[in-house]
Design a protein around this ligand. Structure first.
Ligand code: ST9
Ligand code: ZN
Ligand code: ZN
Length: 329
């Protein structure tokens, strides 16, 4: 963890410590010569295929689910989505704000419900994604195409440079967070209980929904939707959209992704200012439920020290490196 307060500004408070492990490193050069052979992990291929077949089946039986079950599915979607966006992403990968213990416990719960690898592994991969974006050392290198950056990267062994570079990252802040390490230690059990058990048993126990519907609708269907919404940030938001802040990088402003990933589609802004808690020039109002959630947590005293890029820094960057699409650029 590096003490650093430059380029950060916060309306209410000012944060002093942040990670710099998410800053792009342009000194890394991909190795010359042939790429290592692709090694497919068939277990993952089969499990992902089964998950998506189960989710499609869940979609077909959705009309038979009761209204409370549909509402519950939405609740599970938002809890798991926040566990990724406000939790693994903005808090633990980027340290863009500070969260109290109760909030970190809630976010870790949501994160296990999202079942996207434990927080430690997620944040480690995400920091290498930012630091070595669109190179061999990026776990979901979008230069390898839509399929690879969306889901393919989870079906093959990692490029050795991901692991080599990842091992050099400073992850001491994650190691010293008891909530992160507790979740990592009990990850499999937490996923079983929270990603599959809770979504299925709550509607059965509280309003008599069938376990079958509980398993396939708030369980598998909701899980697959959250996964694909997340993966769209790595695929679609690295390919389609404008680049008002930095036209030299591939990440884009993609409104469809912003909507489906509760505020994580402003990806050109986010790769340009990774420390910004809003992951967008705009606040919670514009397609950014995660920012509204963090603002709410600040207002009830559960979060603080939200870091923000100042308007002056943003505008200077728009003029220096933007593609001209910024409305005031
Ligand atoms: C999933 C993750 O879906 C999704 C992440 C998306 C990120 C999106 C970011 C966008 C921004 C945020 C937007 C949020 C929007 C949310 C919207 C919500 C509506 N550094 O990995 P292994 C070492 S997961 C350093 O097995 P292989 C390490 O020692 C879905 N070291 O490598 C490690 O051991 P350990 C469910 C590293 O063998 C060891 O190598 N899960 C690093 O190549 C082995 O690591 C799955 O599908 C590193 N970066 O296998 C499982 N990496 O971990 C998928 C590795 O013990 N994963 N090491 O320390 C796997 O099965 C495997 O990882 C693999 C590669 C087969 C893909
Ligand atoms: Zn990020
Ligand atoms: Zn990205």
């Amino acid at each position: 963890m590096v003490k650093n307060s430059d380029q950060t500004q916060n309306g209410e408070t000012r944060a002093e410590d942040r990670t710099v492990e998410d800053v792009f490193d342009d000194t890394y050069k991909e190795k010359d010569g042939p790429k290592p052979p692709r090694e497919i992990v068939w277990r993952n291929v089969v499990l992902m295929a089964l998950l998506h077949i189960g989710a499609l089946y869940g979609l077909t039986i959705t009309p038979s689910a009761s209204i409370p079950t549909l509402l519950w599915t939405a609740v599970c979607f938002f809890i798991s989505a926040l566990g990724v966006t406000a939790g693994a992403h903005r808090l633990w990968s980027h340290r863009s704000y500070k969260a109290s213990l109760p909030l970190r416990i809630f976010l870790a719960f949501g994160n296990s419900m999202a079942f996207q690898n434990d927080i430690y592994e997620w944040a480690r991969d995400h920091r290498v994604h930012h630091k070595f974006s669109e190179t061999d050392a990026d776990p979901h290198n979008a230069q390898r195409g839509f399929f690879f950056s969306h889901i393919g990267w989870l079906l093959v062994r990692k490029h050795p440079d991901v692991i080599e570079k990842g091992k050099k990252l400073d992850l001491s802040d994650l190691k010293s967070d008891a909530v992160v390490m507790f979740q990592r230690k009990h990850y499999k059990m937490s996923v079983l209980l929270v990603c599959f058990g809770v979504p299925m048993f709550v509607p059965w126990y509280l309003w008599g929904e069938s376990l079958w519907v509980g398993y396939f609708v708030p369980g598998l269907l909701r899980y697959a939707i959250v996964l694909n919404a997340t993966w769209l940030v790595n695929s679609a938001a690295h390919m389609w959209g404008m680049r008002p802040y930095d036209s030299h990088i591939n990440p884009r402003e993609n409104m469809f992704v912003a909507l489906s990933a509760i505020g994580e589609g402003f990806h050109n802004y986010h790769h340009t200012f990774p420390f910004d808690y809003a992951t967008s020039e705009f606040g919670g109002g514009k397609l950014n439920l995660t920012t509204s959630f963090i603002d709410l947590m600040c207002s009830v005293g559960l979060a603080k020290d939200c870091k923000r890029a100042s308007p002056e820094i943003v505008m200077a960057r728009v003029q220096r490196t933007g593609d001209g699409s910024h409305k005031t650029g």
